[in-house]
Design a protein around this ligand. Structure first.
Ligand code: ADP
Length: 215
């Protein structure tokens, strides 16, 4: 299974990808997570990406493509993968097909997590992320048992620097500009299925698992 999760920031791509990776034994590839790791480690890529990410804009395609190509050299992709946060533009979709075809692979299924703007703003401005295992919490909807502490691993929770309302709105604007052409691309390829991601994440997860079993 080679699956792409498409949807606005806050649609739950990361949450679903983590759970799916676990239940279907797939590699989870999040370009946002890889970029944040690079920022944290202060690599050359991280230094180039940091300011762009904080503004809610897209990191240039060539930088992300190189990073993804390297990620695909990891043997864990042999078991299949879920891509979360890539592609985000039409040229990125073409790059993905090109990288995969070099490895005799293809995208099997694209899930579009359709989400309304007010749900997105509420989810993201209240989101807390574990600094160690990446688990997500929410100040109101899913508070951790112990303040600012991860229920799963006990590490500290933090708020992403791009999860403030101004940057979230910018990320949404960037997303909306690009997504229509991506949807069209995958509709032509007959690979995309749309789900209502305003619903409870458990319902959405079940629906994705059902769809993946039909491929
Ligand atoms: P979200 O989807 O919630 O905005 P991500 O963690 O996927 O969060 O991405 C955070 C930021 O990382 C984006 O706003 C963008 O700056 C950068 N980024 C992630 N994936 C890509 C990509 N495929 N192309 C360009 N920039 C990316």
């Amino acid at each position: 299974m080679h699956m792409v999760l498409l949807g606005p920031p806050g649609a739950g791509k990361g949450t679903q990808a983590k759970r799916l990776a676990q239940s279907l034994s797939l590699a989870h590839i999040s370009t946002g997570d890889i970029l944040r790791q690079n920022v944290k480690e202060d690599t050359q890529l991280g230094r180039q990406a940091k300011g762009i990410m904080e503004k809610g804009l897209l990191v240039p395609d060539d930088l992300v493509a190189k990073m993804l190509d390297e990620r695909f050299n990891n043997p864990d992709i042999k078991k299949g993968f879920i891509l979360d946060g890539y592609p985000r533009t039409l040229p990125q979709a073409a790059t993905l097909d090109e990288i995969l075809s070099r490895k005799n692979l293809k995208v099997d299924l694209v899930i579009y997590l359709n989400t309304s703007d007010d749900v997105i703003i509420k989810r993201l401005t209240g989101r807390l992320v574990c600094s160690k295992c990446g688990a997500n919490f929410h100040i109101v909807n899913m508070p951790p048992k112990l303040k600012d502490t991860c229920d799963s691993c006990g590490a500290a929770l933090y708020q992403r620097s791009d999860d403030n309302e101004i940057t979230v709105r910018k990320r949404l604007e960037v997303y909306k500009k690009e997504v229509a052409s991506l949807i069209e691309y995958y509709e032509k390829a007959k690979k995309i299925h749309s789900l209502n991601a305003d619903l409870d994440p458990r319902i959405v997860l079940d629906q994705i698992i059902k769809l993946s079993s039909t491929v």
